[in-house]
Design a protein around this ligand. Structure first.
Ligand SMILES: Cc1cc2nc3c(=O)[nH]c(=O)nc-3n(C[C@H](O)[C@H](O)[C@H](O)COP(=O)(O)OP(=O)(O)OC[C@H]3O[C@@H](n4cnc5c(N)ncnc54)[C@H](O)[C@@H]3O)c2cc1C
Length: 277
């Protein structure tokens, strides 16, 4: 099936993109890497009168460090995130996430901003953003604003982005000395979406645990975090099981996903302690 006919406009700048979206009166669709949007349009799951192509806005791409944070432009492609030296040093969790996302062709086109705005509950980057305590930066007709990752993901494919707004970048605190960041997931085949995934970050302030593919949006498992801070892994696994409400589908039952979440937490903690490579 092909996408329904509609217009196309290439935005020259963020301001131009916002003008195009405003003129489309709710019928504009932001086109970044196109890896999710075009597939959804072909299946008629997403329709719009105007595709606003932001892919050539160079200001929205790249990685920089300053003021204790790493800023990653929304148009930075997955492959760039995976190979960037600053990401490698300051947020290895994002580097590691890339190797789990789809296949090389998709990683060469898909953007981190697109993955965050798309908010697939099975995607890696939204959960990484939660685990890292990232801030998402948004621009729109009413000006720029910043949203904590905890407030950004609202439901399946639903975020705090308002109609006509653009996600422009994400900032992540740089890893402190001794910080450990671990991502664990189980997928049926390499490149498939995860059946369950888990991000674990250990900082001087305590542990942060975010899960994906266990409900309508990525979740921060606060009970399990507190139990790990208290040094009780068994209690953390028990708490995790109560904090998630995973779906049953053709890929896995809810009970199996709940079991996997506990297994992944134990694996992640073992890696954190250096017990496994
Ligand atoms: C076969 C296949 C397998 C995949 N497997 C995985 C996987 O295992 N893990 C994973 O995480 N992802 C996976 N993906 C998704 C892939 O990572 C996408 O690239 C990503 O989700 C969307 O990024 P994009 O730049 O292509 O966005 P687009 O497809 O261009 O856009 C996606 C959505 O976000 C909106 N959007 C994009 N950028 C912005 C912005 N800056 N501001 C506001 N709104 C914006 C669009 O309007 C659209 O609604 C897979 C995709 C395919 C086709």
């Amino acid at each position: 099936m092909k996408a329904s006919a509609g217009g196309y406009a290439r935005a020259e700048s963020v301001g131009h993109a916002l003008e195009l979206l405003a003129a489309a009166e709710g019928q504009g669709r932001v086109l970044a890497g196109g890896q999710s949007l075009i597939a959804a349009m072909n299946m008629r799951l997403s329709v719009g009168d105007l595709l606003v192509d932001i892919s050539k806005i160079s200001d929205l791409s790249g990685v920089a460090v300053g003021d204790g944070a790493l800023r990653i432009g929304a148009l930075t492609r997955h492959a760039q995130v995976g190979s960037d030296p600053l990401v490698n040093v300051h947020t290895p969790l994002l580097r590691d996430a890339v190797s789990h996302i789809a296949h090389a062709a998709i990683r060469n086109r898909g953007t981190i901003g697109g993955a965050l705005a798309h908010a697939d509950p099975a995607a890696e980057f939204p959960a990484c953003a939660l685990a890292l305590g990232a801030i998402l930066h948004v621009d729109g007709a009413n000006g720029a604003r910043s949203v904590a990752a905890e407030d950004f993901f609202e439901d399946v494919f639903t975020t705090a982005l308002n109609e006509g707004e653009l996600l422009t970048s994400i900032t992540v605190p740089v890893a402190e000395n001794g910080e450990v960041q671990v991502l664990e997931e189980v997928a049926r085949r390499s490149g498939d979406y995860a059946l369950v995934g888990l991000c674990l970050v250990k900082r001087s302030a305590g542990h942060r645990i975010a899960l994906f593919s266990v409900g309508p949006k990525p979740i921060l498992a606060k009970g399990a975090m507190a139990a790990l801070d208290a040094g009780d892994l068994d209690a953390a696994v028990e708490s995790l099981s109560a904090e998630i409400d995973p779906p049953s589908d053709t890929q896995a039952s809810a009970a199996y996903r709940r079991h996997l979440a506990g297994v992944l937490l134990r694996r992640a903690v073992a890696r954190l302690k250096g017990d496994v490579a």
